[in-house]
Design a protein. Structure first.
Length: 366
């Protein structure tokens, strides 16, 4: 044993990035729910690429990954809803039409929904893309460190030992293979696998399995529910009053206010006669949307997401002992090739659906 490498900083980088990644996942999903809707979170979590891979000794570990086709689905909902507005077949317009509205009132609501949809498409896309990009960047950081630790703690594949290494020249080319030895390497491997269990457990049990897509109302809910949270909902019959009070602080009421705006002429609003009948029908629509979000708020976020993060935050701690691992230089062709393949994968990435060995641009939003 001629030399040593200290892996304490690498282990601590994994700990720090795992906690930062988990916290980012928790906060991003929570904020998307608070400022938009439960449905938006469900769309993010519906189908994802790059969500499984190797994490130490766990061969099918999970990270959140990158949402697949979420932009396409939202665009499709927009197109479908726009056509429904034109045909006056949205749930809102269908209920309005049972109130014997005038032509002017129907035009007012149609134009209002058109304009609201355009604004909400931009708002929804902005919020979703912001979450997706944050998840991509934080996953890239932790996965890069995972790849480093996986390599040094995993046998070369041919029972020839454990390796680290680097290019002799920073620009690439020839490599030097460090064959790792000694009991300290076993300690690195043991502690890495203890630490990564907390990350895998949180993502697998409390994130990836917690947001089944089942929201009501399709496109109308996705685009309109974030801005239809009226304070009058306090008078609705709900069992989730605490959750409602919290959401009313984050959601807006602009669409509800505009839909129930009164204009004696029925041109820039509804007449008082129409509004009086329509308001009750609108409230029935709003109740379903609000009840869905408030009904799942505690179970999905307070109990599951927040509750699942606490054990990780409390138990995933930094290391303070030194991890000086001995190594010798191995000039064998096989050994150098093991190191070379790892360095190439790290530098150019692997084009598959795993989270391991990915450059940021390979974590694409399909």
């Amino acid at each position: 044993m001629d030399y040593t490498i200290n892996y304490k900083n690498l282990l601590n980088t994994f700990v720090d990035e795992s906690k930062a990644y988990s916290l980012d996942v928790k906060n991003r999903l929570h904020d998307l729910f608070l400022y938009h809707s439960m449905g938006a979170v469900e769309e993010i979590m519906f189908t994802r690429n790059f969500s499984s891979g190797i994490l130490g000794t766990t061969k099918n570990a999970q990270l959140v990954g990158v949402p697949r086709e979420v932009i396409t689905r939202i665009t499709d909902y927009y197109t479908t809803l726009k056509s429904s507005i034109s045909a006056e077949t949205t749930t809102i317009q269908t209920e309005l039409n049972t109130c014997s509205p005038s032509v002017f009132e129907k035009v007012y609501v149609k134009n209002l929904l058109y304009n609201t949809l355009e604004t909400q498409l931009n708002n929804t896309m902005t919020q979703v893309i912001k979450v997706v990009n944050s998840l991509r960047e934080s996953q890239k950081k932790v996965a890069t460190t995972v790849d480093k630790l996986n390599f040094i703690t995993t046998d070369g594949g041919q029972d020839i030992g454990y390796f680290d290494g680097q290019y002799i020249n920073p620009n690439g080319g020839r490599v030097v293979a460090f064959q790792l030895t000694g009991n300290t390497l076993n300690n690195v491997r043991t502690n890495y696998n203890i630490s990564n269990t907390y990350l895998n457990t949180f993502i697998t049990n409390h994130v990836n399995s917690g947001f089944t897509k089942n929201y009501p109302g399709s496109g109308e809910y996705i685009f309109f529910s974030p801005i239809i949270y009226t304070n009058e909902a306090n008078h609705f019959t709900f069992s989730n009053k605490t959750e409602l009070d919290k959401l009313l602080k984050y959601r807006k009421s602009t669409l509800y206010t505009d839909l129930t705006n009164i204009d004696p002429l029925g041109i820039t609003g509804l007449t008082s006669v129409t509004e009086q009948v329509f308001k009750g029908k609108l409230n029935n629509i709003v109740k379903v949307w609000i009840n869905y979000d408030t009904g799942l708020m505690t179970s999905r976020f307070t109990s599951n997401l927040d509750g699942g993060y606490k054990p990780l935050d409390g138990a995933l701690n930094r290391y303070y002992v030194e991890y000086n691992v001995g190594y010798s230089i191995n000039t064998g062709v096989t050994e150098e090739n093991i190191v070379r393949v790892n360095l190439i994968n790290k530098n150019i990435g692997i084009s598959d659906n795993k989270f391991n060995y990915k450059l940021l641009n390979q974590l694409y939003i399909s």
